[in-house]
Design a protein around this ligand. Structure first.
Ligand code: NI
Length: 191
């Protein structure tokens, strides 16, 4: 299983590299890596398992974060109440944002990252809505419109595939500036 020891931290060059696209069909090894990434998110959101293995809770994990420079990320956004279906649970292969809203959004609490072991305050402006295309492990194409929190998580993850970290987006002079058409949403965690 993936633990925090497998997750590389800021300063590691892989986090700043542009990851490579997959070609289909995926190898068994690639599929296993993808499934392990999703399993990490599930474990990290399970209080008992997370405590036992000392996992930080995460809603997304991109392959470059485990030093695999390929365009793949697991996303697991839980339902709002316990026992509910996840809002979004997918392994995204070669994800692409097809279009994005002019309106921006940010999490009121700022963002965090499993690869960043410090708090960095400030709004991280994201598009409030995106149209996303991705491929699943079997190579099937999916297109979905995402908004708000899920859209923000996915943008954070796609950034990882392009060597971008969340704090790159924070306004350095005024971390809480609201420059754009902007809606700060409530709550947040680690992406
Ligand atoms: Ni991250």
């Amino acid at each position: 299983m993936i633990t925090m020891h497998d997750i590389i931290r800021e300063g590691h060059p892989t986090l700043r590299a542009r990851a490579e696209k997959f070609t289909f069909p995926l190898s068994d090894e690639e599929k296993q890596t993808a499934q392990k990434m999703m399993e990490f998110l599930e474990n990290s959101q399970d209080p008992e398992i997370a405590e036992k293995y000392n996992l930080r809770a995460g809603v997304g994990l991109a392959a470059p974060q485990i030093d695999v420079s390929k365009r793949m990320t697991a996303v697991l956004v839980p339902g709002e109440e316990e026992g509910q279906e996840p809002l979004f649970k997918h392994i995204l292969i070669n994800p692409t944002i097809l279009s994005e809203s002019v309106q921006m959004a940010a999490l009121a609490e700022g963002e965090g990252c499993l690869s960043v072991d410090r708090e960095i305050p400030g709004y991280v402006p994201r598009h409030a809505r995106i149209k996303l295309r991705w491929y699943d492990l079997d190579g099937n194409e999916h297109v979905e419109r995402l908004r708000d929190y899920v859209a923000i998580v996915v943008q954070h993850e796609i950034d990882h595939l392009n060597g971008v970290l969340f704090f790159d987006h924070i306004n350095k002079e005024n971390p809480f500036a609201k420059e754009n058409p902007f809606a700060a949403t409530e709550d947040l965690i680690l992406l």
